[in-house]
Ligand binder design. Structure first.
Ligand code: KIV
Ligand code: ZN
Length: 505
């Protein structure tokens, strides 16, 4: 059985250091509280020796941290960094010092310019110092910066890590500081470290997203034994960012792993983070982008509609409710869409539609979409009102009046011929149908329904009349009309029905 993942957030450190305007204490506190609500188990709150501002933020967040959350401060393998970090986090209920040094051949030769043996000694000394400055309930994390670039010297790195663990590091973090290779190459290296170190050492991964594979690498590293997953909100971090926490959480959830996060907070957290970081959410961003839940092509819309009652539906990687986007799934009408989209979109508004009507309307909507692209719901409603509720044809209603209690007068035009007919009826519907019969147009009403269209944007509520007529050998036809007067809506629906049954050539 896989161990439960430990989500260690780095938004306030790696994410923050890459912002155009890094956060101040108050801003960090807002994100910190959101992380607590989300339920992360560890938070790297800053790099205290980087600036006085960061020191104060780390100190403050350590004081307000809940008892069950690890609060960590970053420090290079430099004495002043480590002492500053220890000082800043001393009031945290679960303090951690995270110290790091590169061990990759490029770093060794050109940046640090010291042999690995010397680097290892510095790391051991630093870990021992960090451990000595922490209370016994604190711990030390050590990162091999650029671990992903240690393909050629992985065996030497592992030997160094064994000694670093003996010096007191209980979490070994393996960063893909710059993502250059296949996820599998990295995952194999993670597995090698996991197998070489004692069982009680926590293996962690910290992947940057230079090639867009950080989520894949992190998820697969988990299955290779890395239980601490270093991720950030909205994927914030240096360059193309760090591993996006939401993506990892949902990918693991979909794989049957129990995720210790409040997943339904994801979307709200993403919106707040975007606002605070001043980094917009890309519309194509997995899970949180607008388009992540927008379906535009007919085939996809049909599949989604047919499986919408299932939590795992067609063309849907996750249930939107899971991440707090229960009402965000949308069907948009483009020239690639069809009847299902119309049916779903309009039935989500007060302007209900039958599938038969959606089929009829979709050809007009497609023509419109070919001209102007994506049709908004308002645009589809306009089309619906024009093409369904006000059908233009050979039958043109001119006037309909009640003469006395059971007599009605109907005037209309049909193919340039004027009709002015009085007929009896038990109410306006019967009066109108009888007048049409007298004029030679016999129609059979088989069902009638009256609905109220709720008031929209300051307008009055309206009556919708829905009528079903026998369309002889073609089955039945549904016609509807909307008007502020119920009687007018009824007569207009009858004329819409006539124009549908006898379409103009
Ligand atoms: O990407 C990286 O290597 C880091 C380390 C400081 C952990 O951020
Ligand atoms: Zn990093």
């Amino acid at each position: 059985m896989n161990k439960q993942p430990f989500f260690y957030d780095i938004t306030l450190r790696d994410g923050n250091q890459a912002l155009k305007k890094p956060w101040n204490l108050q801003e960090k506190e807002i994100i910190f509280n959101k992380l607590i609500e989300l339920g992360v188990q560890g938070i790297e709150v800053g790099f205290p020796n980087a600036s006085e501002l960061d020191f104060e933020a780390v100190e403050h967040l350590s004081k307000i941290a809940p008892n069950n959350v690890v609060v960590s401060a970053l420090a290079r393998c430099v004495e002043t960094d480590i002492r500053k970090a220890a000082d800043a986090i001393k009031q945290a209920p679960k303090p951690r010092i995270h110290t790091f040094m590169a061990m990759n051949p490029l770093g060794i030769e050109y940046v640090i310019k010291k042999p690995l043996n010397e680097i290892k000694d510095i790391c051991i000394k630093s870990v021992k110092l960090a451990k000595s400055l922490l209370p016994e309930y604190g711990d030390v994390e050590f990162s091999v910066e650029h671990f992903g670039d240690c393909v050629e010297n992985i065996n030497d790195v592992i030997e160094a890590l064994k000694e670093i663990v003996n010096a007191g590091a209980t979490t070994i973090n393996l960063p893909n500081t710059v993502e250059r290779f296949r996820p599998q190459t990295f995952v194999n290296m993670v597995q090698k470290v996991k197998m070489a170190l004692p069982e009680n050492v926590t293996i962690s991964v910290h992947c940057h997203n230079d090639l867009g594979m950080a989520t894949a690498t992190t998820v697969e590293s988990y299955f290779a034994g890395a239980t601490q997953l270093e991720c950030s909100l909205n994927g914030l971090g240096e360059r193309s960012g760090n591993t996006n926490m939401y993506e990892v959480a949902i990918a693991l959830h979909n794989s049957g792993i129990e995720i210790p996060l409040n997943l339904s907070n994801i979307y709200e957290t993403a919106l707040l983070t975007s606002e605070m970081a001043n980094v917009p959410i890309w519309e194509k961003a997995p899970l949180i982008g607008y388009d992540a839940l927008a379906h535009r092509s007919g085939i996809h819309q049909d599949g989604v509609a047919k499986t919408k009652h299932l939590s795992k539906g067609a063309y849907r990687a996750f249930n939107p409710e899971l991440i707090g986007r229960g009402t965000d799934e949308s069907f948009e009408f483009t020239s690639q869409s069809g009847k299902t989209a119309l049916y779903e979109i309009l039935n989500g508004t007060p302007y209900k539609i039958t599938m038969q009507e959606a089929i009829y309307l979709s050809k007009f909507a497609k023509t419109e979409a070919e001209k102007i692209g994506n049709l908004s719901t308002e645009c589809l409603i306009d089309l619906y009102l024009k093409k369904i509720c006000d059908i233009q044809g050979d039958f043109v209603l001119e006037d309909f009046r009640k003469i006395d209690s059971d007599r009605f007068n109907l005037s209309f035009e049909y193919k340039n011929e004027e009709f002015d007919i009085t007929a009896k009826g038990n109410g306006p519907i019967e009066g109108c149908i009888n007048a049409l019969k007298k004029a030679g147009f016999d129609i059979k009403l088989i069902n009638y329904e009256q609905k109220t269209i709720e008031a929209q944007k300051g307008e009055e509520a309206e009556a919708m009349s829905i009528m079903q007529f026998d369309n002889n050998s073609n089955g039945t036809i549904t016609a509807r009309a909307i008007n502020s007067s119920t009687a007018e809506a009824n007569v207009k629906a009858i004329f819409n029905g006539l124009n549908l049954m006898y379409p103009a050539n």
